[in-house]
Design a protein around this ligand. Structure first.
Ligand code: UDP
Ligand code: MG
Length: 322
């Protein structure tokens, strides 16, 4: 009987989330108890909160939860490693302690009830279940449009990601173990998981507003996440530099021809306006190109250093996942 038991671990990255954690725990516990009940104890759920170097009371809350509930465990990172790395830390832990894992944000923007749906698909043999939000009625127009522009840009750049899927997903242990073989440091999980293969499924839901607290992804972080995503998955920007170079070369032929013709016609104007414009334009193009190359070189640099993705400060195992 005990051999049939499968462990399901929900991984929750948390950065300064003291305002939401009580509610997060309450709702997750409710859903997970439902799952446990439905499968008559054959699925044993647990929750792993990953504290990504928070500066508020997040870790105190997590340790308190771990004392009070056999469902809960915690991982405290020694510094703020960032959402993707915090998630990776949790997934690595889950690969050792569970048969499947579900990653979800702490702020309850993703409907926790979908967990039951994901668990069911997994139970029937699906390795990866992507949580996909139907629409974004509660996001600000700005966030909605920038996010959608990103998905389209990413698709055009050749990055295969699931439209409107963030990091709310279930992965079986074998999918996780395969993911853990990816050695890169610049991680963009939703793109990497997509390259694994295995049998995939989707679970749809409506995304709601943050339960409490503020977004930990201001525009600056979102932009760098988008650039990261594209440059981690596509070399198209590099190719585009070449095209831009070819285009500019042709354009300059035309310009030279024009200059020669006007000179021959005796109409050689002082023309420093056009000169200045082209100067600025070429200067801009060169700077953009250098920037793109710099981004890739920077990535190579950080890969070559092979630094650890995260550093663990404290571990509290969930009693139920032992
Ligand atoms: N997060 C994290 N480390 C960070 C920033 C965010 O672990 O450096 C967590 C955060 O606590 C939340 C999730 O990542 O659980 C998503 O962040 P948030 O909800 O602020 O982003 P948004 O939904 O606004 O894009
Ligand atoms: Mg959020």
């Amino acid at each position: 009987m005990m051999t049939d038991v499968k462990k399901l671990m929900v991984v929750v990255p948390c950065y300064n989330e003291e305002a939401v954690l009580h509610e997060t725990l309450r709702r997750l516990t409710e859903v997970l108890q439902g799952v446990r009940h439905k499968y008559e104890g054959q699925i044993v759920p647990s929750i792993l909160f990953v504290d990504d170097g928070s500066r508020d009371a997040t870790w105190q809350l997590i340790s308190q939860f771990q004392q009070e509930s056999p469902l809960v465990g915690g991982l405290r990172l020694a510094h703020n490693a960032g959402h993707q790395h915090a998630l990776w830390a949790g997934l690595e832990f889950a690969a050792d302690h569970a048969d499947a894992t579900i990653s979800i944000d702490a702020d309850l923007q993703d409907d926790v009830n979908v967990i039951a749906d994901m668990a069911e698909q997994w139970w029937k043999g699906t390795d990866i279940v992507y949580g996909v939000r139907k629409d974004r009625p509660t996001d600000t127009a700005f966030k909605k449009h920038t996010a959608q522009a990103f998905y389209h840009l990413m698709a055009r750049m050749g990055g295969d990601i699931v439209y409107n899927h963030a990091d709310y997903r279930l992965m079986s242990r074998r999918a996780l173990v395969a993911l853990m073989q990816y050695p890169e440091r610049n991680i963009f999980l939703r793109g990497m998981v997509r390259t694994l293969g295995f049998n995939e499924g989707y679970a749809y839901y409506d995304r709601s507003e943050r339960f409490a607290g503020e977004s930990k992804y201001p525009f600056r972080k979102m932009l760098s996440f988008a650039i990261d995503g594209i440059t981690s998955f596509s070399v198209k920007p590099l190719q585009m530099i070449t095209y831009l170079g070819i285009f500019l070369t042709f354009a300059s032929f035309v310009a030279i021809l024009y200059a020669l013709v006007s000179w021959a016609a005796g109409k050689a104007l002082p023309g420093w306006t056009s000169l200045l414009i082209s100067l600025w334009f070429i200067g801009g193009a060169i700077l953009i190109s250098l920037g793109v190359i710099g981004t890739y070189v920077g990535k190579i640099y950080s890969e070559v250093k092979r630094r650890p993705r995260y550093i663990v400060d404290k571990v509290l195992e969930p009693a139920d996942a032992r």
